[in-house]
Design a protein around this ligand. Structure first.
Ligand SMILES: Cc1cc2nc3c(=O)[nH]c(=O)nc-3n(C[C@H](O)[C@H](O)[C@H](O)COP(=O)(O)OP(=O)(O)OC[C@H]3O[C@@H](n4cnc5c(N)ncnc54)[C@H](O)[C@@H]3O)c2cc1C
Length: 394
């Protein structure tokens, strides 16, 4: 069905993306991504600079600010080609500057903020992290308690942020803070840009369930932020924070990532021994994998249908939440299947000597990592609540 949405120009564009990947993305980087290796900041920065040099790091920005002005189909094609070719992700946590803050500055930033902050993001010269969640404010984000008090031409910020991905690599944090404790929760929030190297910022690592370090808790103790680094008006941060959701709605289904993993599940079955038989010959495995493949196709068709509607000028409404629910839950079930197939060999969590995406330990590490997909960016339960409210009769 994707083919039906493509024009000849789109096909030429796809060829251009493939040619770029072949010619410019180092093979060893793609092999390490395929192997599930833990890439470092230098790897991601080098990758983002490759994209930046081609003008493809800030694809969702308006063309006047250095974006691509692509149709939704092109965005979809681009993301799919990168994922299927094992390029590193530039998602919301690994590309906060390009994917989250950049679009926000383009829409809500002052001319001075855009002139100062957008060029280093376009060049991947600074690393940003996202400071929204707090120990008492996750799904109920409006309950956030980090306080920012205006003193002269500075805010003094105190509180704590949690689950802040890659804060230990970051130069800056875009964060939501409470500037008016007396207002109703959503009305008293502002959007500030905070220097992670400023006095009073402490980053404490949190080991993730798969043993890797990407999460942190960030403590803010009277951190000073110039008023010039507030985006939008004071107490208007909630509207700004919510606008971001529009940028990543289709990506949430993880269609290309799931396709790639289904391919892996099919190929490893040829060589995994299950009780003396090839896994690929075991009916239980073939039936479960087949069911997942059918469901993945259904999710892809739904994503493409929404894409077609968007192209026709009638984008879907809240029902798009079902893509995230079904896509992330399918991804989890795929790794459950692979771990079931490996039995107790999938249990050890110790880092392997060499990364191998088809090794039992890698299945388990991925399975654990994927638990977070149904919590981050709107948990499955919350999404189901949205679907129920918007689609079911009152
Ligand atoms: C991989 C990953 C990366 C992340 N990176 C960042 C980051 O960089 N920056 C950042 O700010 N945050 C980040 N987060 C945090 C993420 O935004 C929160 O985990 C998410 O908002 C959920 O909040 P919580 O963890 O506090 O869970 P809670 O909101 O406490 O939810 C706990 C449970 O209660 C359920 N629940 C809550 N409310 C309802 C309701 N109304 N109806 C039904 N069930 C409900 C939830 O579904 C969940 O099962 C990240 C999370 C993950 C997993």
């Amino acid at each position: 069905m994707l083919e039906a949405l493509l024009t000849d120009d789109d096909r030429r564009f796809r060829d251009e993306v493939r040619a770029f990947i072949d010619a410019s993305v180092p093979r060893d980087l793609r092999e390490r991504v395929a192997a599930g290796a833990d890439l470092g900041k230098d790897d991601y920065v080098a990758w983002q600079r490759l994209l930046a040099a081609k003008g493809w790091l800030t694809t969702t920005w308006p063309a006047a600010e250095g974006g691509c002005d692509w149709s939704p189909v092109r965005h979809y094609l681009f993301e799919e080609e990168l994922a299927l070719a094992d390029c590193p992700p530039v998602g919301l946590t690994l590309g906060v500057g390009a994917k989250l803050l950049g679009p926000i500055l383009c829409e809500f930033g002052s001319a001075a903020q855009r002139a100062r902050l957008l060029p280093p993001i376009r060049a991947s010269a600074v690393w940003w992290c996202q400071g929204y969640s707090e120990p008492g404010a996750g799904s109920d984000l409006a309950a956030l308690a980090t306080r920012a008090e205006l003193r002269g031409d500075e805010y003094v910020v105190s509180g704590t942020k949690i689950w802040t991905s890659y804060a230990h690599w970051a130069d800056g944090m875009c964060c939501l803070v409470r500037t008016d404790p007396a207002a109703r929760p959503q009305a008293g929030i502002s959007f500030l840009l905070l220097d992670m190297h400023a006095p009073g910022v402490t980053v404490r690592p949190i080991a993730a369930i798969n043993g890797r370090h990407f999460f942190n808790q960030v403590f803010l103790d009277e951190v000073r932020v110039p008023v010039a680094l507030r985006v939008g008006a004071e107490n208007d941060g909630w509207r700004i924070a919510k606008s971001l959701l529009l940028h990543e709605r289709l990506a949430a289904a993880r269609v290309a990532e799931t396709k790639k993993r289904l391919r892996l599940a099919r190929s490893v079955a040829e060589r995994i021994d299950f009780g003396g038989r090839r896994l690929a010959d075991c009916d239980w495995y073939r039936m479960r994998l087949g069911a997942l493949e059918i469901e993945a196709r259904a999710i892809e068709q739904t994503a493409l249908r929404y894409l077609g509607q968007t192209m026709a000028g009638t984008p879907p409404g809240p029902e798009i939440a079902l893509l995230k629910v079904r896509g992330t839950e399918l991804y989890q079930r795929l790794y459950d299947l692979l771990c079931d197939a490996c039995g107790e060999a999938a249990i050890p969590l110790a880092p392997p000597a060499a990364d191998d995406p088809a090794a039992a330990h890698a299945f388990n590490a991925n399975r654990m990592y994927a638990r977070g997909f149904t919590s981050a960016a709107g948990s499955s339960e919350v999404q189901r609540g949205i679907l129920a409210k918007s689609l079911l009769p009152a």
